[in-house]
Design a protein around this ligand. Structure first.
Ligand SMILES: Nc1ncnc2c1ncn2[C@@H]1O[C@H](COP(=O)(O)OP(=O)(O)O)[C@@H](O)[C@H]1O
Ligand SMILES: C[C@@](O)(CCOP(=O)(O)O)CC(=O)O
Length: 532
């Protein structure tokens, strides 16, 4: 077990209110730099802190710390010119929350695991003369280009605002959001307002990260995203997109070490943490009030116990290397909903009925902690009937509590009803609910023909099912974007903008670049969380 801090697993930690988000407060952590990304060879100084700072007369650079004081540090020689970075890719998984969604927003525990559905981001660097960045969220139909020089660098780089690649940002800065607003007004201007909102939020997430981590000297680039995770279905699509954006931008400013196969686990953990911190900022832009569990499991992969009682501090994250590969059936209601709306519903229930709601959230906490205690018993056998039945009962209890919170949906209840009727397992909604997906833990003794009958019935009623395995890798890098792919091209097949855009559907994406179902695909490298 690898732990950031050790929490009591008895569910007794006091509730922390998430209704109030602290005014922007940024804690500079003690992580020391010193690991430059080995692949990168550009001209920024590699600390991501002041790549636009001027060389001073004395030959040292001046930069501002988070608290506004000025630091002088030895000059680093700059190259007169730098080669263009090659096209590269990053990829991050979606997740299922096995226990604890919604409660986790209110300071309770959750358990979540990465899945094999993933997002893929291709970064194409432009020639020096092209001073633009393009966000190409192809699945959403969002494509927008900004002039780098026109972005509000003056505000983002002001001494009292400037953040660093290692900063812990726990809330959005209103003034920074305001400074970006003029740059968002033309985004997807031609589509209806309801559809446009998620586009604007996605663009805000991208620009907020770009302006926080980049500089006026950042190279022009095209950021093209494709995903095999259904959008807004409770499988963590937004977090995986934010993890991709955060890691790509941190790689571009050369503040990440690795990934490489013999990287010490604690060093890998530091990189995952840096990526995760900025992914959380992206989630703040998209959701408003995320707990951080989605981006945490997406960044680090496998499975985690997660709890955040104080939003101004990092959460407690316990890696669960013995998390079993549960036989899960994930069924999509195809009913769209937004996480932000479902989270807001629970918040208003809590306002109207504070005592009752708090006790439901506490019960969910106990459910999660009971599952965690079981996993941590020394002779834990993830495949035994006893374990399955314990997990299953907790899944049923968790769903009932979520229904009480008002975040289920008739279509989710229909899935549960069909599974209960077939008597093949235990079902709960996963993610924000209000539609989205249900997960069923299948009984080990369930007859294959009965499961097949159930799947047919679900399909005939318009439900979609996902084949996915639990507990895969977190963020991965393909640098440069070249894969073997059995092609004749010398040195491998180059993944360029056009090929990536033209890959057909989820199968085409998987075939071209996918690591979801080919964990060992040559070229892709992953930061691995410490396992013990
Ligand atoms: N394929 C995608 N391409 C770009 N952005 C995406 C994609 N899928 C999801 N997103 C982002 O995530 C948001 C959906 O987030 P959310 O409602 O929380 O759903 P989920 O439960 O899947 O995380 C979208 O509005 C968009 O900002
Ligand atoms: C409801 C919640 O607990 C999970 C939301 O998951 P998703 O966005 O539906 O994948 C919210 C959160 O943890 O931020």
């Amino acid at each position: 077990m690898s732990t950031a801090t050790v929490p009591p697993l008895n569910g007794s930690v006091g509730a922390s209110s998430s209704q109030r988000r602290p005014v922007a407060r940024f804690l500079q952590d003690e992580i020391q730099d010193g690991h430059l990304h080995p692949y990168m060879n550009g001209h920024s100084n590699g600390n991501g802190a002041d790549s636009d700072s001027q060389l001073s007369d004395s030959g040292s650079t001046t930069s501002s710390t988070a608290n506004g004081s000025r630091l002088r540090r030895p000059a680093m020689s700059r190259k007169a010119s730098s080669p263009m970075a090659p096209t590269f890719m990053v990829s991050a998984p979606g997740k299922v929350i096995v226990y604890g969604e919604h409660a986790v927003v209110h300071g309770k525990a959750a358990m979540a695991a990465a899945i094999s559905l993933r997002s893929y981001l291709l970064v194409t660097t432009l020639s020096k003369s092209q001073r633009t960045i393009t966000l190409n969220f192809r699945d959403l139909g969002l494509k927008h280009t900004w002039d780098i020089d026109a972005l509000p660098w003056d505000v983002f780089h002001r001494a009292d605002k400037k953040k660093f690649y290692y900063s812990l940002v726990t809330s959005l800065d209103d003034e920074l959001v305001e400074a970006l607003e003029p740059h968002l007004k033309d985004v997807s201007i031609d589509i209806p307002e309801e559809q446009r909102k998620p586009h604007v939020r996605s663009a805000l997430a991208f620009l907020y990260l770009f302006c926080s981590l980049g500089s006026p000297q950042s190279p022009g680039a095209i950021y093209t995203l494709r995903s095999t995770i259904p959008t807004g279905a409770g499988l963590g699509s937004s977090a995986s997109v934010c993890v991709c954006l955060s890691s790509a931008l941190l790689l571009q400013i050369r503040t990440l070490a690795g990934p490489h196969p013999d990287q010490p686990p604690d060093e890998a953990e530091t990189q995952i943490e840096r990526i995760n911190r900025w992914a959380f900022v992206g989630e703040l832009c998209i959701h408003g009030n995320p707990s951080g569990v989605d981006n945490t499991v997406s960044a680090g992969g496998k499975a985690v116990f997660f709890k955040r009682t104080d939003y101004e501090k990092p959460p407690t994250v316990i890696s669960l290397p013995t998390f079993p590969e549960l036989p899960l059936l994930i069924v999509d209601t195809q009913q769209t909903r937004s996480t932000a709306t479902e989270v807001a519903k629970v918040l208003s229930l809590k306002k109207a009925h504070p005592v009752v709601t708090e006790s439901i959230l506490d019960s969910i906490d106990q459910v999660t902690c009971s599952a965690c205690q079981l996993i941590e018993t020394p002779d834990f056998d993830g495949t035994s009937d006893e374990t399955m039945s314990h997990f299953g009962t907790l899944i049923r209890l968790n769903h009932g509590l979520l229904v009480s919170l008002g975040v289920s949906h008739p279509r989710l209840e229909r899935i549960r009803e069909l599974v209960d009727y077939a008597d093949v397992g235990w079902t709960k909604l996963t993610g924000a609910g209000g539609g989205g997906c249900a997960m069923t833990l299948l009984r080990p003794d369930a007859k294959p023909e009965v499961i097949q009958e159930l799947k047919d019935k679900l399909a005939s009623e318009g439900f979609n099912k996902y084949e996915t395995t639990l507990g895969g890798d977190g963020i991965g890098v393909l640098y440069p974007a070249v894969l073997r792919n059995g092609s004749d091209e010398e040195g491998g097949e180059e993944i360029d903008q056009q090929k990536f855009e033209e890959a057909e559907g989820h199968i085409g994406i998987e075939q071209l670049v996918g690591v979801g179902f080919h964990e060992k695909r040559e070229g892709w490298k992953f930061w691995k969380r410490a396992a013990a």
